[in-house]
Design a protein around this ligand. Sequence first.
Ligand SMILES: Nc1ncnc2c1ncn2[C@@H]1O[C@H](COP(=O)(O)OP(=O)(O)OP(=O)(O)O)[C@@H](O)[C@H]1O
Ligand SMILES: [Mg+2]
Length: 359
Amino acid sequence: MNWDDPATTSDDTAAERLVGASADGEDQAVEAALRPKSLGEFVGQERVREQLDLVLRAARARGATADHVLLSGAPGLGKTTLSMIIAAEMGAPIRITSGPAIQHAGDLAAILSSLQEGEVLFLDEIHRMSRPAEEMLYMAMEDFRVDVVVGKGPGATAIPLELPPFTLVGATTRAGLLPPPLRDRFGFTAHMEFYAPAELERVVHRSASLLDVEIDTEGAAEIAGRSRGTPRIANRLLRRVRDYAQVKADGVITRSIAGAALGVYEVDDRGLDRLDRAVLRALLKLFNGGPVGLSTLAVAVGEERETVEEVAEPFLVREGLLARTPRGRVATPAAWAHLGLVPPQAGGAGAGQQGLFGA
Ligand SMILES: Nc1ncnc2c1ncn2[C@@H]1O[C@H](COP(=O)(O)OP(=O)(O)OP(=O)(O)O)[C@@H](O)[C@H]1O
Ligand SMILES: [Mg+2]
C-alpha cells in the first residue's frame, strides 16, 4: 500500500506495523528471553516499583500471601512482565490466563479450585471477563470462597468451596472499564506510565547485551527516541536495527546506523510511521490543518475510520500533533513543524502552499 498517496485505498489492517504496541509472533518468541526476572532488573516505573516492593516485602515478612494487585497501562509497558516478577519475588508459582479465555463461571471455578496456597493467578485483559465469572471472582478475592452451582433450574444448588489464599494479579489496558466492585477488591493498583527516553535507553542497552549485540550510547538513544515510550517497541526496533547493522555494516549499532536502519523502515525521529505521517499530511495539505471530520480524513488516507481513530490518532494526540475537537480533527503547530510545513496563518495568504511539493 502507499500511504504517501492520499488516493490509495487498502484493506491492510496495519496490524503488523513496526511501531505497533501489541505483541506480534516474533515478539512473543523473543520476549521471554528479554523479560526482567526481578524488580531490581525492571527498568523505570520508579513509583510502581517502590510501591510494589513495599507490598511484597511486607507480605513476605508476615509470611502471608500478597494482596491482590491490579496492573493498568497501555500495551507493551510491562504488565505481564511485572506479574511474573511478583510471583518470582514471592517465591510462588504462577498460573496465567485471560479474561477472554474465561467465558463461563465454571471455567473460573475450575482454575480457582486447583490453585495452590500462595499461588499467583495472572488474569490478563481482566476487563474482558464474562459477567458471571466476574461475580464469582468478587467472592473468591474477598472471602477465598466460591459457590459452585450444581444442577440447573429450580433444583440447582450452590455448594460453597473454600479456596487456599492466593494473589490475583489482574492486568488491563482499560482500567476505566472495570466495574467499581472489582476495582475495589484489589489491595494495590499500579498505573504504568509511558517510559521516559532515558529509561528506554536502559531497556535498549539491557536487551542488546542479552542479544549479544554491540551498541553505543548514541545508538541506544536513537532507538529509544523512536520507541513511543514503549519497551516492547524499543526491543522490536532494536532487532530490526541489529539486522541492518549485520548486513550493511560491522554489526555495531551507532547513531548513524540506527538512523539509517529506521529510515529504511520509515520510522521517523519521533517514532511516527507511514500511516501516522499520511494522516498528518492529509490533514495539513488537503484540509489546511482542519478541522475535518474523522470519516473524511479516513477516506483521504484510504483507510478505515477505525484504523485512523484507533491505530494512528492515539499516538498523534499523545505527541501533541493532532487534537480531537467537537468540530473535527485539528493539526497543532507542532504538526506543521514536524512535517516541515508552514501553517497558513503564520505566513499570510498562500503560506500553506509552501512545501506542498517538498515534504
Ligand atoms: N520495565 C521494563 N524493563 C525492561 N524490559 C521491559 C520492561 N517492561 C517491559 N519490558 C519488555 O517489553 C516487552 C513487553 O512487556 P510485557 O509483555 O510485559 O507488556 P504488557 O504490558 O504485558 O503488554 P500487553 O498489554 O500487550 O500484554 C517484554 O519483552 C519485556 O521484556
Ligand atoms: Mg501482557
